[in-house]
Design a protein around this ligand. Structure first.
Ligand code: C2E
Ligand code: CA
Ligand code: CA
Length: 410
């Protein structure tokens, strides 16, 4: 295993036994450069002298403890990535990890001591795959506003659709449209690489319009094959403050002779936490016309209960960050449970996003989540593949989830 050979790591722990253990595990991956520090202060000195890729940080140390060290590292950008270790309870380790992440540090692992070989391997893979993606970007064409306009003119912008299944009986309830750019040189480009750019350059309403028409055309086609499930479509927070949006969306849907009640417009939690009055006006108009509204990425933003209660939404989508490994993370379990309670109180349908494992699925099922979207059940697919998936794959998805296998959609 030589792909990690070139990494430079620093092990920060006051216990020599623990340091040696981490070193040993690192040596199994042929990591050649392993430095050691006995406390936070010592670590800061070493990090200013040498450039490390990863620091292993023990939380309980004399002189400067791990929590303080994490803050200093983040402030001074001393390393890119950290792995947090402690013999304390996992919730504490996790919360320090969350703190480190929000301070801008890459947290590639949070573990109870002693760290296991497999855990380190997973963390290292996370790091090297991220580095690889960054390196890939070099020398490739940039995706700017002109390219986007050209891309739209050449019909390179498309949509993939990810099924949303009702937990009870695993019935198909709807699909979410997810933008893709079929770039002639870059291949399939994900929305993370062009939606924000479109927002910055004033192209988002043009792009949204283009994509929404595609989605309606696809939905119309499914209709003609007898399939009428909900279509969820993402709106940029910028669109929500556009006073003409509701009428425009309604006109487009009417001209395709589709019922607004089968269209869900998704807006992020933060869009309703900010300019609330403008958002509420647009959303209220959409609701009056019969559309459904989902609050997306719930758990990543800053909307308070009062703000949420004023949004005329119909659905709450629990963000992947609280769903991921929920079955083994007590802290996430607490957040998920209280969010479900809130959604119930507000009369919102609950959807869990990013469900990847059968264990997490079970947890969500037991706690009453109504709908699930995630790689466990299906990955986003092209419009044409949806009917095929319904006919051929849904049955085996059901069978494997019912019998509890840990299959993941390929
Ligand atoms: P989102 O609305 O939260 O969409 C869900 C994202 O999670 C999708 O990423 C989907 O592929 C991914 N996902 C679904 N299940 C799983 C899972 O089990 N595991 C993991 N790791 N990921 C999963 P995608 O397609 O890259 O989209 C990213 C974001 O881009 C979307 O997040 C949405 O905010 C934005 N976006 C996508 N399409 C549009 C669009 O047409 N308009 C606007 N304004 N934004 C869009
Ligand atoms: Ca969404
Ligand atoms: Ca989301």
């Amino acid at each position: 295993m030589t792909e990690f050979e070139g990494l430079n790591v620093l092990v920060v722990d006051d216990s020599v036994v623990q340091r040696n253990h981490v070193k040993e595990v690192c040596e199994r991956f042929s990591i050649a450069h392993i430095g050691e520090a006995v406390n936070g202060q010592d670590a800061v000195e070493k990090m200013t002298q040498t450039r490390y890729d990863i620091a292993f940080i023990d939380l309980e140390m004399p002189v400067m403890d791990g929590v303080e060290l994490v803050r200093v590292i983040a402030d001074q950008k001393l390393v890119e990535s950290v792995i947090i270790l402690s013999s304390k309870d996992p919730v504490l380790i996790l919360s320090v990890g969350t703190m480190a992440e929000s301070a801008g540090l890459g947290v590639i692992g949070t573990f109870q001591k002693p760290i296991q070989t497999e855990q380190l391997e997973n963390s290292l893979r996370r790091l090297t795959s991220e580095v690889a993606v960054e390196a890939d970007d070099d020398g490739k064409p940039e995706l700017g506003p002109e390219e986007l306009l050209e891309g739209m003119a050449q019909n390179q912008l498309t949509l993939m659709y990810q099924p949303k299944l009702q937990v009870k009986g695993l019935l198909l309830k709807g699909v979410e449209a997810l933008a893709r750019w079929d770039h002639p040189e870059l291949g399939v480009v994900s929305p993370g690489q062009f939606i924000q750019m479109a927002e910055r350059f004033g192209l988002i309403s043009k792009l949204t319009d283009y994509l929404f028409k595609l989605a309606l055309r696809d939905k119309k086609r499914w209709h003609s094959f007898g399939l009428s499930v909900d279509l969820a479509f993402n709106l940029s927070p910028l669109s929500i403050s556009d006073r003409g949006l509701a009428d425009h969306v309604f006109d487009l849907v009417s001209s395709h002779e589709l019922p607004p009640g089968e269209i869900i417009l998704e807006i992020t939690e933060n869009a309703v936490a900010g300019e609330l009055s403008a958002a509420i006006e647009t959303l209220a108009k959409l609701r009056l016309k019969g559309f459904k509204i989902a609050i997306d990425d719930y758990g990543t933003g800053f909307a308070n209960t009062q703000q949420l209660s004023r949004v005329p939404a119909t659905e709450l989508k629990l963000d992947r960050s609280m769903i991921d490994k929920v079955s083994t993370r007590p802290q996430n379990q607490a957040i998920v449970k209280s969010t479900l309670q809130l959604a119930n109180d507000l009369g919102l349908t609950t959807v869990a996003e990013g469900v990847e494992s059968i264990e997490d699925f079970r947890f969500l099922q037991q706690h009453g989540v109504e709908q699930i979207q995630g790689f466990l059940l299906a990955r986003p697919m092209r419009a044409d593949a949806l009917l095929e998936w319904l006919k051929k794959d849904l049955g085996s998805v059901r069978a494997s989830v019912m019998k509890g296998g840990s299959r993941s959609a390929s």
